[in-house]
Ligand binder design. Sequence first.
Ligand SMILES: NC(=O)c1ccc[n+]([C@@H]2O[C@H](COP(=O)([O-])OP(=O)(O)OC[C@H]3O[C@@H](n4cnc5c(N)ncnc54)[C@H](O)[C@@H]3O)[C@@H](O)[C@H]2O)c1
Ligand SMILES: O=C(O)C[C@H](O)C(=O)O
Length: 308
Amino acid sequence: MKVTVVGAGAVGASCAEYIAIKNFASEVVLLDIKEGFAEGKAMDLMQTASLNGFDTKITGITNDYSATANSDICVITSGIPRKPGMTREELIGINAGIVKTVSSSLIEHSPNTIIIVVSNPMDTMTYLVHKTTGLPKHRIIGMGGALDSARFKYRLAEALGAPISDVDGMVIGGHSDTGMVPLTRLATRNSVLVSEFLSEDRLNQVKEDTKVGGATLTKLLGTSAWYAPGAAVSGLVQAIACNQKKMFPCSVLLEGEYGLNDICIGAPVILGRNGIEKIVEIELSDAEKAHMQESSEGVRKTNGLLAL
Ligand SMILES: NC(=O)c1ccc[n+]([C@@H]2O[C@H](COP(=O)([O-])OP(=O)(O)OC[C@H]3O[C@@H](n4cnc5c(N)ncnc54)[C@H](O)[C@@H]3O)[C@@H](O)[C@H]2O)c1
Ligand SMILES: O=C(O)C[C@H](O)C(=O)O
C-alpha cells in the first residue's frame, strides 16, 4: 500500500506520522515544494521508527511527482492555512491554484489513485478536484467532517463529564465556521441519547463550540490545528487501505442525496478499498434539513469563486 501526502507541513507531516505508526502502509511519500523540506521531515520521521515500532518506509521528495507514481491513496494538504480572524473561504485565492496543479500532477503518475482533499476551503477544493481530474466520484474524498465530529465528541464529553470513549456523534454539512451541522439529536452516551443528560441550551453551546473548533485553535496557535486533522486523515486512509467499511462524514459529490446536486459537502459515507463505497442517507429532522440547505448555499457561494 503506497500513500502519497502532498504538503509536508503541519498537517501533512502529522498525517504521515500517524499513518506510519499505525503500520498498515508499506510506503508513505511526502512531497513538498519547499526545497529539502519533505526530505527533512521524512528523515526525522524515519528516525522515530525504532522508537515507535513501525516498518513503514517514509521518503521525502521536492516537487518531483515521479516519486509518487502508482500511489494507492494521495492526500492533498498543500496550501496555506488561515491566520487568526480569517475564514477558511478567504484562502481560495491562493489554494485553488495549488490544489488544481497538485491534483493534476498526482493523477498523471497515479491514474487509479484515491484522492483525499484536506486543503481549505475544503468542500470547494474537493469540488475543484472533481472538475480538474474527472476521476470517478467514489475516488475523491474531502476530509472535514471526521475532524469536526472528533471535536463534537470532545465538546460532548466535556459537557457530560464523561470519557470520550463513551460518546458518539457526527457532524455533517460544510466544513465552515457557520455551515457545520452537529447532529445533537442523534448523539449518544453509551447508546443513551445525550438529550437525556444535557439541556437544550447546553447542547446548543456544544454545537456552537464545535462549529468554531478550528477558529478557536487558530486563535490560540496563530495557525491551523494539525494533530487532530492529521489523525482524522490517517483514519480515512486506514479505512480505505484496510477495506474497513467504516462510516465517516466526508465531503462527497452529491447527486440528489439530501436533496442536493452538483456540490461537495459533508455527508455520512462508508469507506473501503474502492474509496466511497456508499453514501448513507439518514433521516434528518426538518431543522437539520434546513441547516443542511443553508450550509449548501454557503458552499455554493464559495464554489462560485472558482474559475472553472
Ligand atoms: N480539512 C481540514 O479539516 C483541515 C484541517 C487542518 C488544515 N487544513 C488545511 O490544510 C492546509 C495545510 O495546512 P498546514 O497547517 O499543514 O499548513 P502548512 O503551511 O504547515 O503546510 C502546507 C505545506 O504545503 C506546502 N505547499 C504549498 N504549495 C505547495 C505546492 N504547490 N506543492 C506542494 N507543496 C506545497 C508548503 O510548502 C507547506 O509546507 C491549509 O489549507 C489548511 O487550511 C484543513
Ligand atoms: O480551521 C482551520 O483553519 C483548519 C481546519 O479547517 C480545521 O478545522 O482545523
